[in-house]
Design a protein around this ligand. Structure first.
Ligand code: MLT
Length: 389
């Protein structure tokens, strides 16, 4: 037996596991302190009522002979795929049902999709970036090159003609920086991908935070995207499904082979999202569901606003928070990311995510999330003001 040696090229532990370990150790040694977690982007508001009602109803159905369900279609039930199809229509994107694949979340599919690609492909990833893109490719032994995101390009790198990439990751609104590409910028990426015969893996997990009608929520709003892009979305942040698990991946039929290959992969390795969960997800797309989730998203946006206002008062440079739940800030006093993480935990008992964990260009930066409760966010910001104002 030979192990996959590529794992030796990974960081020792996944970014958010490292943080959780550090925080738990701190709590163990300081049981009297109240730690406020604004680190991992995990939601805090409960599921919407309409979703909970749908889940209850589906549970009841599973307990009755006539409505009990066993294995479902691996790519998702039609009722949910139709709901997703209708949702895309609201941003003027037409999809066929067999382009929609229901998943247990964007993270899994972003990793699993790599089954379709040869090891020799060159992968282009923005830096800083959600660590899953890099780690899943390192596990497969693929070469990763980076597109520099920094203050100069407002954390929105554009293609470099001198770099030939086969697989391109784009996350917009971006995790961790909160930056969002406009349609013209995405068109440049689409043209670049088509010229290089490359594929774009477009992560739109934070699309529901976009407040400006003109900004694209889906890459398919731009001409040509169906010829070169796969889109991943999730109900985790949209509807509080981080623990419930449901998302969707769009593999256009224009990508003929890939659409068929993904179906082949999923039918072989995946048995679908539970019926009960899919009924809950369907309710998210109902009229009432859309209204209810909007209230929750607005709640988080208010938190983001408060964080941003506090940072302004403290003269701390930052971006994001407007079309995204993340605020990306420059560590005060030129501290390094992990140094600031420790400083903040020690002195304010506030947990954030060190920018360096998202890539080299993240060094010296720090990410805060607006997914905490209003009370905790307020308290965390009061502590910030005491330290830095
Ligand atoms: C994050 O904090 O970056 C996200 O919550 C991670 C994820 O969605 O897996």
């Amino acid at each position: 037996m030979n192990i996959n040696k590529n794992y030796e090229n990974l960081e020792q532990s996944y970014l958010f596991s490292t943080i959780a370990k550090k925080v738990n150790e701190y709590i163990k040694n300081h049981p009297d302190k109240k730690v406020i977690r604004l680190g991992i982007g995990d939601v805090t508001l409960p599921l919407c009522k309409v979703v909970v009602d749908a889940l209850h109803k589906a549970v009841d159905e599973m307990g009755v002979q006539e409505t009990f369900r066993g294995y479902g279609p691996e790519q998702g039930y039609d009722f949910l795929r139709e709901a997703v199809q209708k949702y895309y229509k609201t941003h003027h994107v037409e999809l066929d049902l067999d382009e929609i694949f229901i998943s247990d979340g964007a993270k899994s599919d972003l990793g699993n999709i790599l089954d379709l690609f040869d090891k020799d492909n060159i992968v282009l990833v923005p830096d800083p970036v959600y660590p899953v893109y890099v780690d899943t490719n390192v596990m497969a032994g693929r070469k990763v090159v980076f597109a520099n995101a920094n203050g100069e390009n407002e954390f929105l790198p554009m293609p470099d003609k001198n770099i030939k990439a086969d697989i391109i990751y784009i996350c917009s609104p971006n995790n961790p920086t909160g930056a969002v590409y406009n349609k013209e910028q995405l068109k440049v990426w689409i043209d670049y991908a088509k010229n290089n015969n490359a594929i774009i893996l477009f992560d739109s997990a934070y699309e529901c935070f976009i407040s400006d009608e003109d900004l694209p929520r889906s890459i398919y709003e731009i001409d040509g995207a169906k010829d070169c892009a796969i889109e991943f979305c999730s109900l985790s942040k949209t509807a509080g499904f981080t623990g419930t698990r449901c998302g969707y991946t769009i593999v256009p039929k224009n990508l003929d082979k890939l659409n068929k290959m993904w179906l082949r992969r999923q039918t072989t390795k995946f048995n679908g999202v539970p019926y009960i969960i899919q009924r809950g997800a369907e309710a998210v797309f109902s009229e009432v569901g859309q209204k209810e989730i909007k209230q929750n998203i607005n709640y988080y946006k208010e938190n983001a606003k408060l964080i941003s206002e506090t940072l302004k008062k403290c003269n701390i440079w930052h971006v994001g928070g407007k079309h995204s739940p993340y605020i990306w800030l420059k560590c005060p006093n030129n501290m390094k990311s992990w140094e600031f993480f420790d400083y903040l935990l020690e002195n304010a008992q506030v947990v954030g995510t060190p920018g360096a964990g998202f890539g080299q260009n993240g060094e010296g930066y720090f990410r805060l999330t607006s997914f905490g409760s209003k009370e905790n966010t307020k308290e965390a910001m009061e502590r910030f003001e005491k330290l830095f104002n």
